[in-house]
Design a protein around this ligand. Structure first.
Ligand code: PA5
Length: 462
């Protein structure tokens, strides 16, 4: 199992002003946490609660359909192109980057065991879209368009461009190169997919984008590039079982949620930095940033009071950002909690050759970069503690599907518990919807005429 080490948030280590008396706080919140976890597990099957993501580890039907389709198309495509944005792209990107061999798209087919390369077009930069489409042979590309709402402007623009190009190149056969993942009934993409006869997968009801990585949104791209999705499912199930424990002393998601909540509300640390010491986990930080920001940044609490709360997540990667952000974290305002993710056993042991023995860098020779990486994580944590800066360390025994699934699922549960502590709706995103609607209005979507006039007027004022 993955492990959580919170010693460096304790007042014993970083002092009373910035640290928490952890044992006391856990005891104070024991009953609250019991109530929250029991309540989440009770509500999870009720429609409209947006908690169906808690059941994704048990959705055997989806796993079966995903595997069946992946084996059906195996060997037919050189590339997978995922179209989507936000929760429809970040989970896939984070997990494939973590689990596939580094530089996957540069490897030969043999090195990739003949599985395809994978690309995520998670933005609408015209140069990037054009650049990618000029590089890919679309005839040999399977396009997975993913949108829960079925109408997000960025994703639909990507889709329209790619579909048009595919049709030009393949004629009527283009349909075989498109698979859509969307709502089972509603939305423009659902309608189009049914009309056009695409193969489709479903984003289940009551699963929001940022909580959808273990639905077909993530599982399909994973299976298409040969990632073992059974291992992923096992990781979710085992973590889910562990996190059903209502005792805060035994539940790492509850512990990290409470620590972050108290650090923000009691100690003024409303910035949460996610800093894995592994390049392969770099996009896990991006995924966490979206999960934490969209879920917890809210104007109103559940009592309808204006609160404007939410911790600000920041992404970083170790050791690189030691040379960019750590100066600020050590000496700047003491307003952050820093989450390290540490990998115990990397796939590779990379020795530093014993050269330049009698120079100032001779001490490195004969050691491994693995030792260096973890020494950097430890020394940064200790130096932050010297400056009374709180840190959490999450340890992954190694990077594999089982552990990555545990990590992501743990963060999801942690976010849900934090939302309950803040007493807000974790699963809505009115602030995102507002901007989405303004975009529709500016781009002339019918039904948005009133918003168009409103935004035109405001644009001159803002
Ligand atoms: O988490 C969310 O709900 C959002 O980030 C969505 O995933 C994002 O806006 C894309 O939405 P959709 O999947 O409807 O295209």
């Amino acid at each position: 199992m993955i492990r959580l080490d919170y010693r460096s948030v304790d007042s014993n280590i970083i002092g009373n002003e910035h640290g928490l008396n952890i044992q006391e706080e856990f005891a104070n919140y024991k009953d609250t946490i019991i109530r929250i976890i029991a309540d989440l597990n009770q509500r999870k099957d009720k429609p409209g609660q947006w908690l169906q993501w808690m059941n994704l580890g048990y959705n055997e039907e989806t796993v079966w359909y995903v595997k069946e389709y992946a084996s059906m198309v195996e060997g037919r495509f050189d590339n997978i192109l995922v179209l989507g944005i936000g929760g429809s792209a970040l989970g896939g990107l984070a997990v494939t980057e973590a689990l596939l061999k580094p530089y996957w798209n540069f490897l030969t087919p043999e090195q990739r065991n003949n599985f395809p390369r994978i690309f995520f077009l998670d933005n609408i930069d015209p140069d990037s879209i054009n650049g990618l489409l000029e590089t890919l042979d679309l005839k040999k590309t399977l396009v997975n368009v993913i949108t829960k709402s079925g109408s997000t402007a960025e994703t639909m623009a990507q889709y329209m461009i790619v579909k048009d190009k595919l049709e030009q190149e393949l004629g009527d056969d283009y349909r075989k190169n498109i698979v859509a993942t969307t709502d089972k009934q509603t939305g423009v993409l659902r309608q189009l997919a049914d009309q056009e006869g695409y193969k489709t997968f479903v984003v289940p009801d009551d699963v929001g984008g940022r909580f959808s990585v273990f639905s077909a949104v993530g599982l399909l791209p994973f299976a298409l590039v040969g990632i073992d999705i059974d291992e992923i499912i096992q990781g979710i199930k085992d973590m889910d079982l562990a996190l059903k424990n209502t005792d805060i002393f035994e539940n790492i998601a509850a512990q990290n949620a409470l620590i972050h909540y108290l650090m923000d509300t009691k100690k003024g640390k409303n910035i949460s930095v996610m800093m894995p010491y592994s390049s392969r986990l770099k996009y896990i930080s991006d995924w966490y940033v979206q999960l934490w920001a969209e879920s917890l940044g809210k104007a109103y609490n559940n009592n309808g009071e204006v609160v404007h709360i939410g911790p600000t997540p920041v992404k970083a990667v170790g050791a690189t950002d030691q040379h960019s952000q750590i100066q600020l974290y050590n000496e700047g305002p003491n307003n952050k909690i820093i989450n390290f993710i540490r990998v115990e056993k990397f796939d590779t042991i990379l020795e530093i050759p014993k050269i330049f023995e009698y120079t100032g860098i001779g001490y490195l020779g004969g050691k491994t970069v693995n030792d260096l990486m973890n020494a950097e994580a430890d020394s940064t944590r200790v130096s932050l503690a010297d400056y009374s800066r709180p840190t959490i360390t999450i340890t992954l025994p190694e990077i594999n599907g089982y552990n990555i699934a545990q990590l992501l699922y743990m963060f999801e549960v942690q976010t849900a518990i934090a939302g309950e502590l803040y007493n807000i709706d974790t699963f809505n995103q009115p602030g995102v919807e507002q901007a989405k609607n303004y975009t529709y209005a500016l781009m002339g979507r019918s039904g948005y005429e009133e918003s168009a006039t409103e935004i035109q007027n405001k644009m001159f004022a803002v």
